[in-house]
Design a protein around this ligand. Structure first.
Ligand code: ZN
Length: 566
């Protein structure tokens, strides 16, 4: 009989016992005279880690599915309180692991990438920074609370920020303009508070970096993200290519769209609208969409067929919005049950299909990486993770009729052009953060000036009517800037890889799929650039990588039947 998600057993971890397991392993690493003994100790502690993580994830998912469940709420509190303790065990273990005198034997058994990751991670912590870390966490929580507190009065109703989303893409121009002003109004009212939070974040991060021996926060930000094979220099070169190749293409896409929409003086609030008739919507009930996905994955490849049946048989998808369920969507993985899990809140938009392609792409990758006993190989680093998910969105293209019926072509057009116009924005957010952390003494007003200048460089077609936004304050709403510095360019790097898969898939599906499947199996056992190489993807940092990608996209767009875009 197949064990279903609801039967996966949760049991609160025993932190004391776990602490002893770690201590034992650390001792062996410090004193043992043989590599075999160390390997056995690592295997044992990894088993303990897998169990702890599984319980943490089961608890997290179950309390997200039903936020009113008292039992899991209590268990979640246990994890919130005790996780720092566990993280501390882990830090001590990793510090010993990278110092092991049998490092080369250990690398041979567990792979070099694990040690590279741990080496980056051990550079990001020292006991002296604990108080600074607490302050950093407090400030990011304060940012989250401040944005969540938004009560925006619009059209006689009170809205939070995400509820304002539909008005910003409303086909009626005055509604869009007023909605943009209303959202900006919230940020303007709280301008000094946002400025203060960010200013203190920049200062505390700079202080942490200096204490850890970095020149400024940039290097530490990269180390926190486990970036082991590129630096800010490569990323800057990538952004230059974006300016040269993708900014012009994005401008063309915007121009063609405004012509289609009949807007002669496009403003920032027009950029979110795509078709006069509204955006393509999936057809049918959530159950219909899942059945369509099942048919799609059965036809796509034997590997995806097996994977999707695994997910359905074990009820590893919780897709529908319901009372008491927390918001958002994500994919996670239960180590002990070797099971991915997909969580979402279907709302009838094309986002529902994205869950079944994008999140399923993540799930497909972790499913195929499940044989690794090193936990840190189940998920690659962020930029590599998104290759799998974003590429699956494109591999799914031939089946879009199942979801969108006669709207499928409009969906494909919107999907592709959306991935293109996103990249300059992503590069803008990235360059802004480099400017901020390389110059931690900038004042809040100077930061806004820098942002507005960079907006003109990356999004030359973005023209504000709203004075507050024109001053350079749009980024207040970009949570990554506050919570996870330098995590954003990752999406653009992965997107360029996904575009390459898309182009291959259109020429030769078998070949494209074989390469894709290969890096799903490799999971996180290789670094970003090693994974690119393993798939035969051109390195996004290399001069000239973007040019042929952009040419391929242009060719597709030129051949697209424009009469469909109503
Ligand atoms: Zn993703």
């Amino acid at each position: 009989m197949i064990m279903k998600f609801k039967d996966y057993i949760y049991q609160r971890p025993d932190l004391e016992a776990i602490g002893k397991e770690f201590e034992k392993a650390i001792n062996v690493l410090k004193t043992s005279a043989s590599a075999e003994e160390q390997i056995a100790a690592i295997d044992a502690v990894n088993k303990t880690r897998r169990n702890y993580e599984t319980m943490g994830d089961l608890c997290y998912v179950r309390s997200a599915i039903d936020t009113t469940d008292k039992f899991y709420e209590q268990e979640q509190n246990f994890f919130d309180e005790n996780d720092p303790l566990y993280k501390n065990f882990l830090f001590q273990l990793e510090t010993e692991l990278v110092k092991s005198k049998f490092r080369s034997e250990l690398e041979e058994r567990f792979g070099r990438q694990w040690f590279a990751l741990m080496e980056a991670k051990t550079k990001t912590f020292r006991p002296e920074i604990i108080d600074d870390l607490k302050e950093e966490n407090k400030l990011t929580t304060e940012y989250r609370k401040l944005t969540a507190s938004a009560k925006i009065e619009f059209k006689g109703k009170i809205h939070n920020l995400s509820q304002m989303g539909p008005y910003l893409i409303n086909p009626d121009r005055a509604t869009r303009r007023d909605a943009e002003a209303a959202v900006a109004g919230f940020f303007e009212q709280n301008e000094s508070h946002f400025d203060e939070i960010y200013d203190r974040l920049v200062k505390v991060r700079n202080r942490i970096a200096r204490k850890l021996g970095f020149e400024n926060f940039v290097g530490l930000g990269y180390a926190r993200l486990g970036r082991t094979d590129y630096t800010e220099r490569e990323v800057a070169a990538f952004r230059e290519q974006v300016v040269k190749e993708l900014v012009p293409l994005s401008a063309e896409i915007q121009r063609a769209k405004m012509e289609r929409l009949g807007i002669s003086d496009p403003k920032s609030y027009d950029l979110g609208l795509h078709f006069k008739s509204g955006n393509p919507k999936p057809q049918g009930s959530p159950r219909d969409l899942v059945l369509a996905a099942r048919k799609m994955y059965h036809e796509l490849s034997p590997e995806t067929a097996e994977f999707f049946d695994f997910m359905l048989d074990r009820e590893l998808l919780d897709l529908e919005a319901k009372a008491g369920k927390s918001g958002g969507g994500f994919c996670t993985y239960f180590y002990d049950y070797r099971s991915p899990f997909i969580f979402s809140n279907f709302n009838g938009t094309s986002g529902d299909v994205d869950v079944l392609t994008h999140e399923a792409g993540h799930a497909f990758q972790v499913y195929n990486s499940r044989d690794f006993d090193v936990l840190d190989y189940i998920w690659p680093t962020y930029e590599a993770c998104e290759i799998h998910s974003m590429s699956m969105e494109f591999f799914a293209w031939p089946w879009m009729e199942l979801f969108f019926h006669e709207d499928a072509d409009r969906y494909r057009y919107l999907h592709l052009t959306g991935t293109v116009t996103f990249i300059p924005y992503g590069a803008l957010i990235d360059e802004f953060q480099h400017a901020v952390y390389q110059n931690p003494e900038l004042t809040p007003a100077e930061r806004k000036q820098v942002f507005r200048e960079l907006e003109k460089k990356y999004l030359p077609y973005k023209i504000y009517e709203n004075e507050f936004l024109d001053k350079g304050a749009y980024w207040f709403r970009q949570s990554h800037i506050f919570s996870t510095p330098f995590y954003y360019i990752d999406y653009t790097l992965a997107q360029i890889c996904a575009h390459q898969f898309w182009l291959w898939d259109r020429k030769n599906h078998e070949n494209a799929w074989r390469r894709y499947y290969h890096i799903c199996v490799l999971g996180g056992s290789k670094s970003f650039l090693e994974l690119c190489e393993a798939a035969g993807l051109a390195n996004p940092f290399d001069e000239g990588t973007l040019k042929p990608v952009v040419a391929g996209i242009r060719e597709y767009l030129a051949g697209f039947d424009q009469t469909k875009l109503v």
